[in-house]
Design a protein around this ligand. Structure first.
Ligand SMILES: Cc1ncc(COP(=O)(O)O)c(C=O)c1O
Length: 455
């Protein structure tokens, strides 16, 4: 008989064995990438904003699961909720589930305007897929408009409306009739909408993976007016910005904008369970899936399971009880002003931007021609693809602070800690960054300092 590894044995494996298992059975290229900046540690425990490795070393998490950990790691309130429902049938399609009914009710209470009907699934990309299909069936139109630099996920539909060629090109052809417009540019959107044949415009309130890009004030309001005027559904992707992250429960509330369809995922699972959702109006839902023959046109086996939805119920309760949006607003202002102070002192920082605890720190690349020539262009490539990860590597290895770069813009360090982060922990991050920039006044110095790892 083949020997299988038990959970107990798995919990005892060494860092080296972990790397070998990943290299052998998962994604070897990823193991190499993680190893470059020593991101390949074995972590043993996590609670709130703190993670512990196998040596007992503590790290502060400023990455926050790409926005999935608004409540921190393993929040006891969410784990308790799972305990309470552990005897329910978790998946029983031939029934009406209890937890999805409660969570959908609660979402209708906290989402803006007349958003009311929810569809549950298991991830952000799946929520976007559902939203795109809903727009097509409800409007009977085909065209979808999306933004350059956007990120909506990596399944076929979500990828088709994602604005980064690197992720799209190897998988062509994608879903047809998806058209990009520049983010933050209402005039271009109007040109694209004018023909009246677009089913939907999909947009993030702040582009996350695009590099934490905040659009001009008033953009979203204008987007709402244009979509209404040209009979196009407005899909707002709040998967990363939602549930308190930017200082409001939903980022679209900054401009009092109500979408026709809102996508949620990430922190909806309380950092414990995978769950995604779209929420729409009764009218749109009825025109798409009203009636028995259309009720099961779009489904998902695990969508609406009791465990995931109970995590969602507990997560919303936690967010409201602890007023996490207000926490994010106050802490975000504090951290943003400290980071802007650093920017004034260190020209290596190109820009600091964001809202609430969704902050991006963009670094300047290199233009040292001599060193580029000597390195055969390697340094230039590094500057474009890995500069922020070198800083993230130093933050991790020397200061025990976890960060990463944004997917579509690798020169931006994302700062998205749990909204429960403490002021002292934020001070530690600022101090560590200052120390790094003090010692490495240029990209070249940092590249050389990291050359051994990089090579
Ligand atoms: C705005 C946005 N939409 C969609 C997604 C895709 O979510 P998932 O990775 O759960 O599929 C992400 C993930 O980063 C995101 O940031």
């Amino acid at each position: 008989m083949k020997k299988l590894i038990s959970i107990e044995e798995g919990l005892e494996i060494t860092e080296k064995e972990l790397r070998e298992l990943h290299r052998e059975y998962l994604n070897p290229g990823l193991v190499t990438t993680m190893g470059l900046v020593k991101f390949d540690r074995l972590y043993k425990e996590a609670s709130g904003c703190i993670i512990k490795d196998s040596q007992g070393q503590e790290y502060i998490d400023f990455l926050g699961g790409y926005g999935a950990l608004n409540l921190g790691h393993n929040p006891p309130e969410v784990l308790k909720a799972l305990e309470k429902v552990k005897n329910l049938p978790n998946i029983l399609q031939a029934s009406l589930g209890v937890a999805p009914a409660v969570l959908a009710h609660n979402l209708a209470q906290i989402t803006p305007g007349d958003l009311k009907r929810t569809f549950f699934c298991n991830s952000g990309a799946e929520a976007v897929e559902g939203a795109l299909k809903l727009a097509r069936i409800a409007t009977k139109k085909e065209k979808i408009i999306y933004c350059e630099g956007s990120f909506h996920g990596k399944t076929f539909g979500a990828l088709s409306v994602t604005g980064r060629e690197k992720y799209k090109l190897p998988f062509q052809p994608l879903v047809p009739n998806c058209h990009p417009v520049p983010f933050g540019d209402a005039e271009s959107l109007e040109q694209a909408l004018k023909s009246g044949d677009a089913a939907a415009f999909i947009v993030e309130c702040i582009q996350g993976e695009g590099g934490i890009i905040v659009p001009p004030q008033g953009y979203l309001k204008r987007v709402r007016e244009l979509c209404t005027r040209y009979n196009t559904l407005l899909i707002i992707d709040e998967i990363q910005t939602g549930l308190g992250r930017t200082g409001k429960m939903f980022a679209c509330e900054y401009e009092d904008v109500v979408p026709d369809i809102m996508c949620l995922a990430k922190s909806l699972g309380g950092g414990v369970m995978p769950i995604g959702a779209y929420i729409t109006t009764e009218k749109i839902h009825n025109s798409a899936y009203g009636g028995m023959d259309k009720a099961i046109l779009h489904t998902s086996t695990f969508g609406g399971n009791n465990l995931a939805c109970s995590a969602g119920i507990a997560a919303l309760e936690f967010i409201l009880k602890n007023n996490l949006p207000l926490e994010a607003e106050k802490k975000g202002q504090y951290l943003l002003s400290k980071l802007k102070g650093l920017q004034e002192m260190y020209p290596i920082i190109k820009e600091v931007r964001g809202k609430g605890l969704m902050i991006g720190l963009e670094l300047k690349g290199s233009n040292n021609t001599l060193l580029n020539r000597l390195s055969g262009g390697t340094l230039e490539n590094l500057a474009h693809e890995y500069f922020a990860s070198l800083v993230a590597g130093q933050l991790l290895n020397e200061y025990h602070i976890i960060t990463a770069y944004t997917l579509n813009n690798p020169n931006v360090i994302r700062i998205e800690p749990p909204l429960t982060i403490e002021y002292e922990q934020m001070d530690k991050l600022v101090w560590a960054l200052e120390d790094i920039f003090q010692k490495n006044k240029s990209f070249i110095k940092m590249a050389i300092a990291n050359l051994k790892n990089v090579l």
